[in-house]
Write a protein that binds this ligand. Structure first.
Ligand code: HEM
Length: 348
């Protein structure tokens, strides 16, 4: 039995292959899901142990609607359906998804075999809403040609970035994850001179060195995703994006995946990108990248997947014991954590 608070493999080492599987659960499929969740670790071990050096891992996320169907209230504090963001030029769409399986390994066959076995356990009770097979492309580059993942924190910083803290005691040790499938306008992007691409991204293309602040436009991807409190604290997420594509279908994309302990941090990044900071100053890479899916999931700890009852009991007890919120205090009425005070670096 996993130790209380032991995370899933959120901080798995860099993989060369991934499958991102977003699944919807049919009405009546809840018991089948409840039966599968405790078995996922064992299935992953069974498939992965046939080639241990290839590091197969699986992270399972649960969407808000399925949470309600499986466990009822209360939800983890940051779990809600992915919020559509409609900017003047670009929209972050919200698309269906009850379960997310993020499978990573150094060999695609391991991911494929585990995905097949997970879905065979759900057969007749769930449907694949979206399936993306990602691959490592040269030196960790996305299909826009830039090295992707450099500033994603690892080690202790990564743990801090992805871990739900004591403010939600029943779900401490878990994470949230946002996924978005982006398709790129490769012709438009490649028509840009490299210098213009670098200004869009905020980093040099070949060397991957960050542009100096004075040269980095306020609508560059890096500027809009650097989230710093007025006191200088930087808020980070852990990303493990993967390129995907189909030559025949002329589809070239990036599957974005971001893990975080505080949902409001990643939502602020999305707001900066799509609405803009200030509004209208949207992320330049969106002019060449369209988000065609969007989902938010709670990533419970391994012990929750094994047996959710102790944490669910704690969640109910904590909610029952909570005093009525003071007017104007506590979480915002829209369910957000009230991160309005967060400002992009250099604009506070
Ligand atoms: C088309 C989709 C995307 C592509 C191709 C992309 C690519 C990149 C690249 C090349 C970098 C610079 C190197 C690095 O630090 O990784 C970067 C940085 C970053 N991206 Fe993205 N990204 C995408 C979507 C997103 C989304 C949706 C978010 C957040 C919701 C995000 C958050 C970040 C953050 C936080 C950084 C690091 C900023 C810093 O501290 O320097 N990215 N991305």
């Amino acid at each position: 039995m996993p130790q209380q608070g032991q995370p899933q493999d959120v901080l798995a080492p860099p993989a060369t292959a991934a499958i991102f599987l977003v699944v919807t659960v049919r009405p009546g499929g809840e018991d089948t899901v409840r039966g599968l969740l405790p078995d996922i670790a064992g299935l992953t071990r069974a498939v992965g142990f046939r080639s241990p050096e290839d590091g197969l891992s699986c992270v399972t996320g649960i969407g808000a609607h399925l949470w309600d169907r499986l466990y009822g209230p209360p939800r983890p504090a940051g779990l809600h359906p992915f919020r559509t963001l409609t900017g003047a030029a670009h929209t972050a769409v919200s698309t269906p998804g009850d379960l997310l399986f993020h499978l990573r390994a150094r060999r695609p066959d391991l991911c494929f075999e585990l995905a097949r076995r997970l879905m065979s356990r759900l057969a007749g009770h769930a449907d694949v809403a979206d399936e993306v097979h990602g691959f490592r492309y040269f030196d960790e580059r996305d299909l826009l040609g830039f090295v992707d993942g450099t500033e994603s924190p690892s080690g202790p910083d990564g743990v801090v970035a992805v871990t739900i803290g004591d403010d939600d005691p029943a779900f401490t040790g878990g994470s949230y994850v946002v996924v978005q499938k982006y398709v790129h306008d490769m012709r438009g992007w490649n028509a840009l001179p490299v210098e213009a691409q670098e200004l869009a991204m905020g980093r040099e293309k070949l060397s991957d060195i960050e542009l100096p602040d004075a040269a980095k436009p306020s609508n560059s991807h890096v500027a809009l995703n650097t989230i710093v409190d007025p006191d200088g604290t930087q808020h980070q997420i852990v990303r493990d994006n993967m390129p995907f594509g189909s030559i025949g279908a002329d589809e070239f994309g990036t599957y974005f995946i971001g893990y975080v302990g505080r949902v409001d941090v990643i939502e602020k990044m999305l707001e900066n990108m799509f609405i803009g900071d200030p509004p209208g100053n949207h992320d330049r890479i969106l002019d060449f990248s369209t988000a065609v899916t969007g989902g938010l999931f709670f990533v419970p700890t391994a012990d929750f997947l094994d047996d959710p009852s102790p944490r669910l009991a704690l969640a109910s007890a904590t909610t029952a014991a909570e005093p009525e919120p003071e007017p104007g205090g506590g979480p915002a009425a829209d369910g957000s954590l009230g991160i309005g005070s967060l400002r992009r670096n250099g604009t506070s």
